[in-house]
Write a protein that binds this ligand. Structure first.
Ligand code: ACO
Length: 712
């Protein structure tokens, strides 16, 4: 059995195999086994190539073998590709043991994607037991530029560059190779995952994050298997280079069956999107946008500040560009004096030197050059958007040569993008300049979205440098033993939820304040307890058989005196008996009625894909209508949790609006960290929901009015 940690350290051999074998290589030009050997040969792989075929002695100039076991030289075959039919794949995998193959790329289809899960599992288990790993099955092979290896039956001509593509869909992966070619985007590698039976995105990212030949990683994902590991690897990777993720399947189906508000609000894509934000992953809306981002992020210099300039020859497009900047978070430089000093020598009087800089239609293409030069030379200008509309003073040749010259001179110093609108001449010029790798676009929203993503990375880096690395749980104490005891009692009682008094005790042990409350087992003690707590009080039924207390008529609020307590006692008992005559009633809880101020909701939940997740938002009875919630993967960082708070519409209210005081945001963050600590410590807790968590003004803390806890 191979050591599990060792598995991850050999990922290098998938990207840098010393020698490769192809089991199922064929001389028949129509077969996949032929195409793969041909592509390897054409790609110029420097290692040895071993075609395996029962009949052939030689294939495309390579000596062929009947079985991989027949190879007598001592070369390390780190990679074997299997392209024989499904029924003989396992046997083929078994033959790889004798050569200690590290990665087996199973090209063959017909496994879990058509329900043959058992066969797939058997292959993976056999491989792992013998220190080998499986990529696929159901893939078209792999392309790795630095190894000159095109071990695939995709195109033989793959543009080389700095973008690594990882695709769960084989067909889309192959199509993306074509698309990247069209867009002049060079690839450092292209690895499909197919059925993802063993090797997954996280394994590949472990390598790619430190791979110097890769500047941007573009992933197409259908589903997430080991989300917790993915989060940790993504966080590490995005500190080093941009990761763009396209994910299909934005379905909300999974949420319907959920048992809590947190569950029903956490539609799969909401959680996915939130976690990708948390990991600083770029999420384009479509493939076209993904490719543009990948290209721009791979090639553009990093900005040194946030001040962007728009240079345009038309007021209208300038305004549209300003709108796009707002949409994509690009900040326009507005220091009038600097703008005047820099641009007034080049802008006619009837133009504008307010950003957007309108050089007007009178100035030809050479006017752009002067403005760009001045912008590049000024330290307070950090990025440049150059816009143009076709007119008589523009000609195709001048546009091509000027932009090429400008970009050669300045394109590596500061981020510059070009957007031109017009007819055939403009389109031709764009096509030509694109082919030279210049960031020129026919649509300003597309262009400015690229700059927006560049700034997203820029801000993330600044944030990482400025935030402390220490954990924010150090000063937080939780009585884990007490909680453990409650959970044990609930398990003994064969229940999947905590009763109100158990939830209260748990909150108490977790240091989460709740209103005062005592359970009364008869009417007389109810009156006594109410006096002890202080008027007004609320009364709530306590029964393990009644989960939805209000529906059963088990809750009465705002009781002001003894008579009201006695009446409410009778009413609750009567109504609950009617609701469920067999319900075992433990008593009625007498609770302090607290002053409701800002109602929030805090949730913690085990997501089937990402493990423990946190939720925060607008609380109270309308949570599902308001749908004002944000999510994070489990985090103990105040900074990350604050990010979640800031995503909600509630946040400005917490800061205090219209003369209201600021709410106790620190106390809210503290509660969320405590919820995270419980989820981390107790695997059996699946849902914690505090709703409402009432937030008082700064310094006066919070109160959890109700807590619902579910266990496995
Ligand atoms: N060892 C070595 N070679 C063997 C062995 C063996 N034990 N057994 C048979 N072979 C040889 C065969 O003799 C044949 O060579 P030949 O042409 O000289 O006779 C070769 O291996 C291939 O075997 P075939 O039986 O001819 O299989 P074929 O090539 O028709 O199909 C394949 C095999 C391609 C793996 C097929 O089963 C399959 O799965 N196709 C789909 C692949 C796919 O689409 N993958 C997903 C890609 S992602 C996307 O959609 C782009």
């Amino acid at each position: 059995m191979c050591d599990q940690t060792e598995k991850y350290h050999v990922i290098k051999y998938l990207f840098e195999p010393r020698h490769v074998a192809i089991i199922g290589a064929s001389a028949n030009k129509k077969k996949i086994g032929f195409k793969i050997v041909e592509n390897i040969r054409l790609g110029g792989f420097k290692g040895k190539v071993y075609p395996i075929n029962p009949k052939e002695k030689e294939l495309m100039g390579f000596k062929a073998y009947k079985s991989i076991g027949d190879i007598t030289d001592e070369k390390e075959i780190d990679m074997a590709l299997i392209c024989v039919p499904e029924p003989i794949v396992l046997d083929a995998v078994k033959t790889c043991v004798s050569k200690k193959v590290k990665y087996i790329l199973v090209i063959t289809s017909g496994f879990s994607e058509i329900g043959k899960n058992k066969e797939e599992k058997e292959i993976v288990e056999f491989a792992q037991d013998h220190g080998m790993r499986i990529l696929g099955p159901n893939i078209f092979g792999a392309f790795i530029n630095k190894s000159d290896l095109n071990a695939s039956f995709a195109s033989s001509i793959i543009p080389k560059g700095h973008v690594a593509l990882i695709s769960q869909s084989g067909a889309l992966g192959a199509a993306l190779i074509g698309e990247t070619g069209e867009e002049n985007i060079g690839l450092s590698s292209m690895i499909p995952l197919g059925n993802k039976a063993d090797v997954d995105e996280s394994d590949l990212l472990e390598y790619l994050m430190d791979d110097e030949s890769t500047k941007v990683i573009l992933i197409y994902m259908e589903g997430v298997k080991n989300g917790e590991r993915l989060i940790s690897v993504l966080k590490k990777t995005t500190q080093k280079k941009p990761v763009i993720v396209i994910k299909s399947g934005r379905s909300k189906k999974g949420a319907l069956a959920a048992a809590s508000h947190t569950g029903s609000l956490s539609g799969s894509d909401e959680v996915f999107q939130a976690i990708m934000n948390q990991c600083n992953v770029h999420r384009p809306e479509d493939i076209a946008m993904a490719l543009q981002w990948a290209k721009y992020l791979a090639e553009s210099p990093v900005p040194k500040g946030e001040n962007s300039i728009i240079i345009t020859n038309g007021g209208g497009v300038g305004v549209m560009a300003a709108d796009a900047c707002e949409k994509y978070g690009v900040q326009l430089f507005d220091n009038y004096q600097t703008l005047y000093d820099v641009f007034s020598p080049f802008v006619p009087e009837f133009g504008s030197i307010k950003n957007p800089i309108d050089i007007t239609g009178q100035v030809g293409i050479e006017g752009y050059e002067k403005c760009i030069q001045a912008s590049v030379n000024h330290p307070d200008i950090h990025s440049i958007i150059c816009l143009g509309c076709e007119h008589a003073l523009f000609n195709e040749e001048a546009l091509k040569t000027t932009i090429e010259r400008i970009h050669k001179k300045y394109g590596k110093i500061k981020p510059i993008l070009y957007v031109f609108y017009g007819g055939k001449a403009i389109k031709n010029a764009i096509k030509h300049l694109k082919s030279l790798g210049i960031p020129i676009y026919g649509d300003l929203y597309q262009a400015i979205s690229c700059l927006g993503e560049l700034y997203k990375d820029y801000r993330h880096k600044i944030m990482l440098e400025s935030t402390t690395k220490e954990l924010d749980t150090e000063n937080i104490e939780i009585n884990y033993d007490g909680i453990e005891k409650i959970l044990h009692e609930v398990k003994e009682d064969n229940r999947k939820f905590l009763l109100a008094d158990e939830a209260r005790r748990m909150m108490d042990y977790a240091g989460i304040p709740m209103p005062k409350s005592i359970i009364a087992t008869n009417m007389a003690s109810a009156v006594e307890f109410a006096k002890e707590i202080g008027w007004p009080v609320a009364m709530k039924i306590v029964s393990k058989d009644i989960l939805h207390k209000s529906d059963a008529g088990g809750v009465v609020l705002n009781l002001e005196n003894e008579t009201e307590i006695m009446d409410a006692w009778q009413a609750i008992m009567l109504s609950c008996r009617k609701y469920d005559p067999l319900a075992k009633i433990k008593g009625i809880e007498i609770c302090e009625m607290i002053k409701i101020e800002t109602e929030t909701i805090v949730g913690g939940r085990r997501d089937p894909n990402f493990g423990p997740t946190l939720m925060f938002g607008s609380g109270g009875i309308y949570v599902e209508i308001l749908k004002d919630v944000a999510f994070r993967a489990l985090s103990f960082s105040r900074h990350e949790i604050m990010g979640m708070l800031k995503e909600t519409r509630l946040y400005p209210l917490l800061l205090g609006v219209r003369g209201e005081t600021k709410k106790d945001i620190n106390a809210i963050v503290d509660i969320i960290i405590r919820v995270a600590m419980i989820l981390r410590k107790f695997d059996q807790v699946t849902d914690i929901e505090i709703n409402p968590l009432v937030a008082y003004e700064e310094g006066r803390g919070v109160k959890a009015v109700d807590a619902r806890i579910l266990i496995k």
